[in-house]
Write a protein that binds this ligand. Structure first.
Ligand SMILES: NC(=O)c1ccc[n+]([C@@H]2O[C@H](COP(=O)([O-])OP(=O)(O)OC[C@H]3O[C@@H](n4cnc5c(N)ncnc54)[C@H](O)[C@@H]3O)[C@@H](O)[C@H]2O)c1
Length: 260
């Protein structure tokens, strides 16, 4: 079966996608898949330096809203959600596809991670999800879906993943608690765990190419995933066909996680 010309299963849906840096970004795969199945998208860019890289992608997506967002800047999230409320009056899908940590913490052992560095990584990569979920929930009047990108290093030790291991463990646990708290409003929360993908964020990890090669070798399906695989899975999860799924981590990795 081909996934070319997919059916418009998300026609009328409004999706906010946070985390596009360039055309390799997982968030760009999500936004492209949502558009391909009929949703309208809002996309953000980190700052003025990032804007020229993201703007052509926003145009290619025909994004209805294109706005700045640095989650560490007070007021920016609030301004973004105020704009969404004004222009759309509702929201169906939120994608959190962002993470950050100090260079020395990404490259160094967890034992050497400073309290400041740990707090910064947790704030940008985890607490930002809690802040945006709180702002998104009142706009998800007919229920909705929230996605957060995690990695297998949350539950298993992946050499060189360092501080991001505990950070992603906290992200997955936060998704479970948010799923519990938002479930009564029909809002589902999905931690999404893609296999390794060659993106800018991944380029900060030591020996990342080795991780890619190992994943390709170990995957029962025999291939690495691409950003559209992630996007189309999220698109499916946003439909009522997945209406009884929430909180559990969904691996999109060709089966790597089932291997010993
Ligand atoms: N690439 C992989 O192999 C892989 C695998 C599993 C999970 N992930 C996760 O996927 C997510 C997206 O990463 P990616 O691989 O697409 O890389 P990417 O570099 O394309 O995306 C990371 C995004 O985070 C954004 N960001 C960083 N700090 C921010 C801040 N303060 N405010 C707002 N945005 C900020 C960047 O602008 C960028 O758009 C991350 O959470 C990452 O940990 C990546």
């Amino acid at each position: 079966m081909s996934i070319e010309n997919p059916a418009p299963i998300l026609a009328g849906y409004k999706a906010l996608v946070i985390g596009i840096a360039n055309e390799d970004s997982i968030a760009y795969g999500c936004a492209q898949a949502f558009r391909a199945v009929g949703a309208d998208v809002a996309v953000t860019y980190l700052n003025e330096k990032a804007k020229p890289h993201v703007e052509p992608l926003a145009q290619a997506l025909n994004a209805a809203i294109f706005a700045p967002l640095d989650v560490s800047q007070p007021g920016e999230l609030e301004a973004l959600f105020a704009r969404i409320e004004k222009e759309w009056g509702k929201l169906d899908i939120l994608v959190h596809s962002i993470a950050s940590a100090k260079k020395e913490d990404i490259k160094g052992d967890l034992l050497d991670c400073s309290a400041d560095g740990f707090a910064l990584a947790m704030d940008i990569s985890v607490h930002s999800l809690i802040r945006m979920s709180k702002l998104a929930a009142p706009l998800m009047k007919d229920g909705g879906s929230i996605f957060a990108m995690t990695y297998q290093g949350a539950s298993k030790v992946v050499p060189n993943y360092n501080v991001m291991g505990p950070v992603k463990a906290a992200l997955e646990a936060s998704c479970r608690y948010l799923a519990y708290e938002l479930g009564p409003q029909g809002i589902r929360v999905h931690p999404i765990s893609p296999g390794p993908l060659k993106t800018r964020a991944a380029s900060g990890l030591k020996d990342f190419d080795q991780l890619l090669n190992e994943a390709a070798e170990r995957a029962p399906l025999g291939e690495l995933v691409d950003i559209m695989d992630v996007g189309y899975t999220c698109a499916y999860l946003a439909t009522p066909y997945a209406r009884r799924l929430t909180g559990e981590t969904i691996y999109i990795d060709g089966g790597v996680n089932i291997m010993a």
